[in-house]
Write a protein that binds this ligand. Structure first.
Ligand code: FES
Length: 142
């Protein structure tokens, strides 16, 4: 998958203090990080603009999204490990959908609904059941 020009993949050795107005989003357990200027990524038409799913698609990182980012499944489930305060509030629609998610945790979010609204560092973990789903050939075709 192509990576948008405005996004830069980094590894732990390259990670320094973030410049103002920059976002660093790290996906666990792969520990892949991407950096971009807040609010500057092109919209990839899946999930809310600027959502964790939108960033993943922009950066070529696979995050399952069986319903196409419409808050109608839970395959984009992530657990936010750092930077919850940089994200939008959980909407009622997202909360209702999350209630149906496997392995729901205190800081679970739907990647398609969780928008990074402020610059800073965000770390999310893709639950193992979701990774296994992809490994077993259940990936979406959207
Ligand atoms: S992609 Fe289906 S709820 Fe997020």
């Amino acid at each position: 998958m192509e990576t948008t020009e405005q996004i830069k993949k980094t590894n732990a050795a390259e990670q320094k203090t973030l410049a103002p107005n920059m976002v660093r989003l790290t996906f666990l357990p792969s520990n892949e990080s991407v950096e971009f200027e807040a609010g500057k990524l092109p919209y990839q038409e899946h999930g809310k603009q600027g959502s964790i799913l939108d960033v993943a698609i922009n950066s070529g990182i696979h995050l399952e999204h069986a319903c196409g980012g419409n808050c109608a499944c839970t395959t984009c489930h992530v657990v936010v490990k750092k930077g919850r305060e940089l994200l939008n509030e959980v909407s009622e629609e997202e909360a209702d959908r999350l209630d149906t998610a496997a392995d729901l945790q205190l800081h679970s979010r739907l990647g398609c609904m969780a928008v990074i609204e402020k610059p800073g560092e965000v770390v999310v973990e893709i639950p193992s059941w979701n990774r296994n789903y992809v490994r077993e050939g259940g990936g979406s075709t959207l």
